[in-house]
Design a protein around this ligand. Structure first.
Ligand SMILES: [Zn+2]
Length: 251
């Protein structure tokens, strides 16, 4: 039995479950430190950014150095500006980021976050940790997972219906020409780079009829209209494997 378990673990090691779309040339050097000047973040928000930086460094050979604008030291090269917009009302949190280092020293990010009322002690205390992970994913060169060419068509139709105010170029799968600059691996419904969405019964049936896996779709709702949802907070195993390939360990 012991031998069988060993053989299985070797097999698992040799088949990393890479998933997603990652730039072939992110513009960042493997192992480099990306210095990010953070404007207008409170201490808790800054702590949340650093939790994500520490997490990324456990699976990708890249360092994210978040420094508050007031603590910037002369001579430190600034790679990215990050503006934090604090929200008090009910405006949704969100953000945006450059994808990779494409415009040399002029990269920008924005995160809309609630002010922190409790000092966070780990990433789970951070309300916007999904948003931080998603935007950091873009900065490191990951594209939107729902724009993967292998996303089932009913999901794209639903996403376009659900998000009438978002330009279709951010919702629909990438065209062949655009895909050439990316590592294209499996479509991953658990990727943090996937937009959150609900999935109707009709859509789920269509997927079942097409023999698609429903893995990653949340628990069935009692509501007749909705079957489930995609809402990914963590870097999925696929996200981690792809970032590990893009930023491999040096040994
Ligand atoms: Zn995004």
């Amino acid at each position: 039995m012991k031998h069988v378990a060993y053989a299985l673990s070797l097999l698992a090691l040799s088949l990393p479950v890479m998933a997603g779309l990652g730039l072939k040339r992110s513009g960042w050097r493997v192992g480099q430190t990306i210095n990010i000047e953070v404007r207008d973040a409170d201490a808790g928000q800054l702590a949340c950014l650093r939790f994500v930086a520490d997490e990324v460094a456990t699976f990708a050979n890249i360092q994210l150095n978040f420094v508050a604008a007031g603590e910037w030291t002369a001579g430190l090269r600034r790679d990215v500006w990050l503006d934090v917009e604090s929200q008090n009302g009910d405006v949704a949190t969100g953000g945006h980021s450059s994808m990779g280092n494409t415009s040399f020293l002029r990269e920008g990010m924005m995160l809309r976050m609630y002010p922190t009322s409790v000092e966070p002690t780990n990433a789970r205390d951070c309300l916007e940790v999904r948003t931080i992970r998603h935007e950091v994913g873009h900065l490191l060169g990951l594209a939107h997972e729902h724009q993967h060419p292998l996303i089932p068509a009913p999901l794209t139709r639903q996403l376009v219906d659900d998000q009438p105010r978002i330009d279709r170029q951010f919702l629909e799968p990438f065209a062949e020409r655009r895909l050439r600059s990316f590592h294209v691996t499996a479509y991953d419904q658990k990727s943090v780079m996937h937009y959150s969405m609900s999935i109707t019964v009709g859509t789920a049936r269509e997927l079942q009829n097409a023999g698609r896996e429903l893995a990653g779709i949340g628990p069935e709702r009692t509501d007749e209209e909705l079957y489930g949802y995609i809402y990914n907070i963590e870097y999925s195993p696929g996200d981690r494997a792809l970032l590990r390939q893009m930023y491999p360990a040096s040994h």
